[in-house]
Design a protein around this ligand. Structure first.
Ligand code: ATP
Ligand code: MG
Length: 433
């Protein structure tokens, strides 16, 4: 993409309404624009990031054996009345009436709809286990939408739902998701601490939140430093049952659940940090299958309410969370997996014909090789170009000017470290493929 043609409204100044780094940077780097309270327009650059994250989430779901479907955003209120949540959900639910006076709602989550889908289509234990997911927009009328896309009202979520015949099988489904989440966050270059949503008492609910460490996160978490030995950022392909077991039992809780007097972790081993909740996995047993009568016939012919779990990842929140965890005073620093482009090509001699020709040729070569490249071909000063590319945060920069061209070389810059080296023009393409 040529920057001269790109719809990329960047801002020099920090927008007053943005209180945290990710919100400021998403506005400044032209990723999103707000169109109402908690409502955001995804601009071309932001949408590329959102899609990248969505795809990684999808790949790990598929790899875990979950199957993708797509449910509508709008739901009938009837199902929610059946489960008893229509009233219970309260003001966070956006309620709508259609032209026939029928009560509808914009889905904040999909347990009811999927339980209905399941009971209408699955009758036997032989069809279990099943795990279905979708990646769809949700609406929650949050009391305080804030921090940009991190707590929006309309936001993109991956949610899936598992169905099993008994508790043992349900735990297997839970662990598969636990692993899929670890892998998803590792691929995004994130440290996401699995935080027990219960206090760890035996018989408590099976539930973990995945908290990304970030200085300005909304949650405060207390955890055993033993978790740091797991190298969550670069988890290998195989995550053994032993590691799953250890990670699930390590002490990590939100502040409200931390009781200093009864904490099992010695003071010197306890870490306190801020986090952003990026995902939540939850086994809730037969809560919905009982009230909504989602039963299958067992091997002995009896009718059994299925064991269910639900698993969410805040896909749009992750865009903010990644930035929150990875930025500096100059802008965003994208991990490669989520970066909107891999390379930024800067033409330092846009008014110089020879240099422009060389840059254009390099740009074409990189594109032809399938390298995702953002080309700053604008007739602007060097300072402005450097600032824009740093702000946008693509992982690598190639800076080519008339002086370097004389030696057939450009500057190669790593955004994260600021490290710069000379690179021969003929070696650039192979460097990125
Ligand atoms: P929170 O405590 O942050 O409100 P939650 O417990 O309501 O989250 P879940 O119902 O478990 O969240 O939803 C699954 C995921 O969706 C969360 O882990 C989070 O990443 C994301 N999410 C929830 N609410 C929002 C929101 N208002 N804006 C963006 N993402 C959200
Ligand atoms: Mg919430």
């Amino acid at each position: 993409m040529r920057l001269s043609q790109y719809f990329l409204p960047t801002l020099k100044e920090n927008p007053a309404e943005a209180k945290i780094a990710s919100h400021r940077l998403m506005l400044r780097a032209g990723l999103v624009r707000q169109t109402g309270s908690g409502l955001y327009i995804w601009l071309p650059l932001g949408l590329r990031v959102l899609k990248k994250i969505e795809n990684i989430v999808r790949e790990e779901q598929d790899r875990s054996g979950a199957q993708e479907i797509l449910m509508p955003t709008i739901q009938n209120a009837d199902l929610w009345k059946e489960s008893g949540r229509y009233e219970a959900y309260g003001k966070e639910m956006l309620r709508i009436t259609d032209r026939h006076g029928k009560e509808m709602l914009y889905g904040p989550t999909n347990e009811e709809m999927i339980t209905d889908l399941f009971r209408n289509n699955v009758q036997s234990y032989k069809d279990l286990p099943k795990n279905l997911y979708h990646i769809q927009w949700k609406f929650r009328d949050e009391v305080r939408p804030r921090y940009g896309v991190m707590r929006g009202r309309e936001f993109l979520m991956k949610d899936n739902y598992s169905f099993d015949i008994d508790k043992e099988a349900a735990k297997i489904s839970y662990d598969k998701m636990f692993v899929a989440y670890l892998k998803t966050f590792a691929r995004l270059g994130l440290v996401a601490i699995p935080v027990r949503a219960d206090t760890g008492a035996i018989g408590g609910e099976l539930s973990h939140e995945f908290q990304i460490l970030a200085a300005e996160g909304e949650s405060t978490i207390y955890y055993d430093k033993a978790i740091e030995s797991f190298d969550l950022k670069s988890l290998a392909e195989d995550i053994s049952p032993d590691i799953i077991q250890k990670l699930q039992s390590i002490y990590a809780v939100e502040e409200e659940k931390h009781d200093a007097d009864n904490c099992p972790v010695a003071k010197e081993n306890l870490r306190i940090a801020k986090g952003v909740e990026a995902g939540h996995i939850f086994n809730f047993g037969t809560k919905y299958s009982e009230v909504m009568n989602a039963k299958v016939s067992g091997s002995d012919g009896s009718m059994i309410a299925v064991e269910m779990g639900s698993y969410g990842i805040g896909v749009s929140r992750l865009v903010g969370a990644i930035i929150e965890a990875s930025n500096d005073e100059n802008g965003i620093i994208w991990p490669e997996a989520a970066a909107p482009y891999k390379v930024g090509l800067i033409n330092l001699g846009a008014k110089n014909e020879e240099c422009t020709e060389a840059c254009d040729a390099l740009y074409k070569k990189m594109q032809a090789a399938g390298i995702e490249v953002l080309y700053d071909d604008r007739k602007a000063g060097a300072g402005q170009k450097f600032a824009t590319m740093d702000l946008i945060g693509v992982p690598y920069q190639i800076i080519l000017g008339p002086r370097g061209l004389k030696n057939n070389s450009a500057e190669f810059k790593i955004r994260k470290t600021g490290e710069k080296t000379e690179i021969n023009l003929d070696e650039i393409v192979s460097k990125f493929i």
